[in-house]
Design a protein around this ligand. Structure first.
Ligand code: ASP
Length: 369
């Protein structure tokens, strides 16, 4: 593109930029963080009054344990893929979340698990749906990615594959909890919907950027209470509940899966971010980049995530997403009253939160880039 044309496009872009962005200091941006991670343990209608200090402390401790596990991998130079798995494993083991142990019940009274994982480096992906005997579905999803020519395996076949790959058979009692059983009973006797009995989605997920600049995302869930007829939500579907692409971002979602499937939430966010960074690369050459005020792109990923979540809401769905960008921004966006969440970066951010308006709500964790 001729230089004059490029400059003209840049001027137009600057003219369209929000005044707040232009008003920011033109000081050079601080150094980018070397790694970044965000996790979630589900979004939903969380009631502050019903949240006793003990309950809150239990959730915060479980989130912090998951965050610390992922953070430790990244801080010692490990991969984003390993960090995502490390963060999800303790949440699959915790009865507090709807994944692995503590998964919601199907209409028939079983626990059927879905999970997916994606490597942003080469966009390799693996997923499983409707498995009943695998303790850590996220690990099985990863083995589908690395040891099979497929992306998604389901039900009995996925379990046969798990056995071939050396996964132990975990008895049904491991996954079943009293609280989830009662939710199913209440749903049946009072003719309630899944949301009436659960008030929240307890899916777990993690997204990470490692020191090599690679992104990864993973999601694991029991689905929605009372699901039947082999219902599968967004969590194991690459592009809906999970997506990672080094050129754009890594996303993990939680919410009313049918709507996230219809919007293709995780891929939609990544696609919009990729298009916007290509636009950026087109208009900003090195000389002009030095002239731009710090922080003009800062809120872009948040804006895109919020817009995609607004689209979900417009169709009637609710829930939330976590994302990490190649620059290390760790972002949350949710249209529910709360989302169990946490994030940590190499520049010292380390926080967990539950309700909207607390730490990390609508604010990027990292400095301007
Ligand atoms: N998205 C999941 C599903 O629809 C539920 C959740 O996020 O908890 O299966």
């Amino acid at each position: 593109m001729p230089a004059a044309m490029k400059n003209l496009i840049t001027l137009i872009a600057l003219a369209l930029m929000p005044a707040a962005a232009l008003a920011e200091d033109a000081a050079p941006p601080p150094e980018a963080p070397k790694w970044s991670i965000a996790i979630h343990g589900g979004a939903g209608t969380l009631n502050r009054d019903a949240m006793t200090p003990e309950r809150r402390a239990g959730y915060e401790a479980a989130l912090q344990e998951a965050l610390d596990a992922g953070r430790a991998v990244l801080a010692r130079g490990g991969s984003a893929m390993d960090a995502v798995k490390a963060a999800i494993l303790p949440m699959e083991d915790s009865p507090l979340f709807n994944a692995g142990r503590g998964a919601v019940f199907t209409w028939e009274g079983t626990n059927e698990l879905d999970a997916s994982i994606m490597d942003g480096r080469d966009r390799s992906a693996g997923a499983v749906a409707g498995v009943k005997t695998v303790k850590h579905p996220i690990l099985l999803a990863d083995v589908v990615r690395t040891q099979s020519p497929h992306v998604m395996l389901m039900g009995k076949g996925a379990e046969e594959f798990a056995a071939e790959q050396g996964f132990a058979v975990t008895p049904a009692e491991w996954f079943a909890t009293e609280a989830r059983k009662r939710a199913l009973e209440r749903m049946k006797t009072d003719k309630l919907s899944a949301l009436d009995v659960d008030h929240k989605f307890g899916t777990v997920g993690a997204v990470a950027l490692d020191m090599e600049g690679n992104l990864a995302a993973g999601t694991s869930t029991g689905g929605m209470t009372g699901k039947r007829w082999g219902r599968v939500g967004d969590a194991p579907v690459i592009g809906a509940g999970t997506y990672a692409d080094n050129r754009a971002c890594a996303v993990s979602a939680t919410g009313w899966g049918e709507y996230f499937l219809r919007v293709g939430v995780a891929h939609e966010i990544c696609a919009q971010l990729r298009a916007s960074s290509e636009f950026k690369a087109m208009i900003v050459d090195d000389e002009i980049a030095d002239e731009l005020p710090a922080g003009i792109w800062k809120d872009e990923a948040q804006t895109i995530a919020d817009a995609v979540m607004a689209d979900v809401a417009q169709l009637g769905g609710d829930g939330g997403v976590i994302l990490v960008t190649p620059e290390g921004h760790a972002i949350f966006s949710f249209n529910t009253s709360g989302m169990y969440r946490g994030r940590a970066t190499s520049d010292g951010v380390n926080e967990v939160a539950i309700f909207g308006g607390e730490e990390g709500d609508k604010a990027s964790a990292t400095p301007d880039h």
